[in-house]
Write a protein that binds this ligand. Structure first.
Ligand code: SF4
Length: 285
């Protein structure tokens, strides 16, 4: 069992946002090679596997299966992986997620709301919501109509309001009002899928899970650390290669790396901490 949830874990840190990169039409070659480009064949593969929940169930930032564009690059050695994560650790020893929350319950709700929405957009809606409802009991007392009103700026807000009420009810009925600590129990909650479970297990309970959102998926593929056609493949690949001592924070290091450095359209390779280790043939430094 992981450490108890603490306020320290809930503390929000805000890395400096990168200046938005100018939008540039990618070359046909780059489009072909860049992970993050949806493909029909990969989509079919994911459906066939049947292991990834659909978007509404998948939790925040569900990722479309894509072609990786990586053709048998040289795998990273254990020493290279250790070196990369040592650099991430030295540069940001205590990385934090950007979804605002005050306890495991509000973290769970925030992650459910963040599916196909930005963290900033979710935070804007949850600040006033959590001020009046930071427990399942208070959320139920508030009611679905009021919850819908609070989150109406967030995508899919009608479905999400239903899910927030339903999951709050289930927490009270089945789990004594507490957020459960196992993957199976978390995934049984309305609106929560594998990724939601991974985020909650990692951030609230200190488990060594790897939640794969669009950023982690891209970084795992581009760098060659854990190539995979589906988020589950990348998740399992990363869990396999990242040394245990780095796993508590690995999820956040990779998200922040993807969000602020290894950008989807124009990665900032010149600033990248791991540019000498990265296997992406298109890297620019
Ligand atoms: S070198 Fe470029 S492509 Fe590779 S991880 Fe760094 S930013 Fe991403």
């Amino acid at each position: 069992m992981g450490p108890q949830y603490t306020r320290i874990m809930a503390k929000i840190t805000r890395p400096q946002r990168a200046k938005p990169a100018p939008v540039r039409k990618p070359s046909p070659k780059a489009v072909k090679a860049a992970p993050g480009t949806a493909s029909k064949s990969a989509s079919k593969t994911a459906k066939k596997a049947g292991k990834i929940s659909p978007a509404a169930k998948a939790g925040a930032g569900s990722v479309k299966p894509v072609k990786t564009g990586l053709k048998a690059t040289k795998p990273w050695t254990p020493a290279e992986i250790r070196e990369a994560f040592s650099r991430f650790a030295a540069s940001n020893p205590e990385p934090k997620g950007e979804l605002e929350h005050v306890n495991p319950y509000t973290l769970l709700v925030a992650v459910v709301l963040s599916a196909q929405a930005t963290d900033a957009g979710v935070n804007k809606a949850t600040r006033p919501l959590f001020a009046v409802a930071d427990t399942p009991q208070k959320m139920l007392a508030l009611g679905e109509d009021a919850v819908r009103e609070y989150i109406k700026t967030v995508g899919l807000f009608r479905t999400k309001a239903k899910n927030v009420i339903a999951l709050s009810q289930k927490l009270i009925t089945d789990f004594g009002g507490e957020v459960p600590r196992t993957r199976a129990e978390l995934e049984s909650l309305p609106g929560a899928g594998r990724k939601t479970a991974n985020v909650v297990l990692n951030m609230a309970f200190g488990e060594h899970t790897m939640a794969v959102d669009t950023h982690v998926f891209r970084v795992g593929n581009r760098t060659g650390l854990a190539p995979g056609k589906t988020p589950l493949e990348v998740e399992l690949g990363l869990e396999k290669v990242i040394p245990a001592e780095f796993m508590l924070h690995a999820h956040h290091w990779l998200i922040l790396h993807g969000r602020y450095t290894c950008l989807a359209r124009k990665p900032r390779c010149e600033l990248c901490l791991i540019k000498d280790l990265c296997r992406w043939p298109e890297k620019t430094a």
